[in-house]
Design a protein around this ligand. Structure first.
Ligand code: ADP
Ligand code: MG
Length: 238
């Protein structure tokens, strides 16, 4: 579970083609990072996969099924937003439960999933607090918890750490990597930060103006950048 295939996917906003025909396969359990400069189409690509934007043409398959027209809730994917997307007036438990309540999942099953997520994220002692009573790192973990309880086929992260301070960012990177180790669920992680890409990814997708410049492991991109753009972006000489 968690294999995602894009086949000649394009996206136009009016006259502007933001994503030219793009092919990409993400394997089950992979940690894939989309990296590239601001405005290159990272968020758009992630939103197309999530179903938050419609493709202009092409096909998206999730675990072999055509999901191109499927609404977000039917895609078995969970988007992790920045921690400021939490509801300040609700407890941690209620914040985490929110997508399950929306999906009409019964209370006992909600509780089971919340306890599990809290255990994985070390939030068990904080379930009855409000987000305002937590540290920045704990709040980001609650945002991740809200995705975990949905038991998705893949997690989608759009620069989730960009509003955290540098020290916390380093810690959260380690936590997300550890979460991937534990769950072994596909993760797609968008960042403009080369260090994040190089340290977290199994596979890096380097984007420029909606085009894939290169796909490969961090070491491959470092040792064998296909062009100067990739070399410059990854920070190795060629
Ligand atoms: P990134 O996440 O890499 O910074 P985006 O995917 O947000 O880039 O944006 C890619 C390009 O698409 C940018 O030129 C942006 O202005 C444009 N774009 C994104 N969303 C919209 C939209 N809803 N309407 C029009 N243009 C958009
Ligand atoms: Mg973006």
């Amino acid at each position: 579970m968690g294999r995602i295939t894009l086949d000649k996917v394009t996206k136009r906003f009016g006259e502007v083609e933001v994503i030219p025909p793009l092919d990409l396969t993400i394997d089950d359990g992979e940690f894939v990072v989309f990296v590239g400069p601001s405005g290159c189409g990272k968020s758009t690509l992630l939103r197309l996969i999530a179903g938050l934007e419609d493709v202009s043409s092409g096909q998206i398959r999730i675990d072999g099924e055509d999901a191109t027209q499927a609404p977000p809730a039917k895609r078995k994917l969970a988007m992790v937003f920045q921690s400021y997307a939490l509801y300040p007036h609700m407890s941690v438990r209620k914040n985490i439960a929110f997508p399950l309540r929306m999906a009409g999942i019964d209370k006992a099953e909600q509780d089971r999933r919340i306890e599990n997520a809290a255990k994985v994220l070390n939030l068990t002692d904080y379930l009855e607090r409000r987000p305002g009573q937590l540290s920045g790192g704990q709040r980001q973990r609650v945002a991740i918890g809200r995705a975990i309880v949905r038991e998705p086929a893949a997690f989608l992260f759009d620069e989730p750490l960009s509003n955290l301070d540098a020290a916390l960012r380093v810690g959260m990177r380690l936590e997300i990597s550890e979460l991937h180790e534990r769950l072994k669920t596909t993760m797609i992680y968008v960042t403009h930060d080369q260090v994040e890409a190089m340290t977290m990814a199994d596979k890096i997708v380097v984007l420029r103006a909606g085009n894939i410049e290169q796909v490969g492991s961090p070491l491959t991109l470092y040792r064998e950048p296909r062009n100067l753009f990739v070399a410059g972006f990854i920070g190795s000489p060629k």
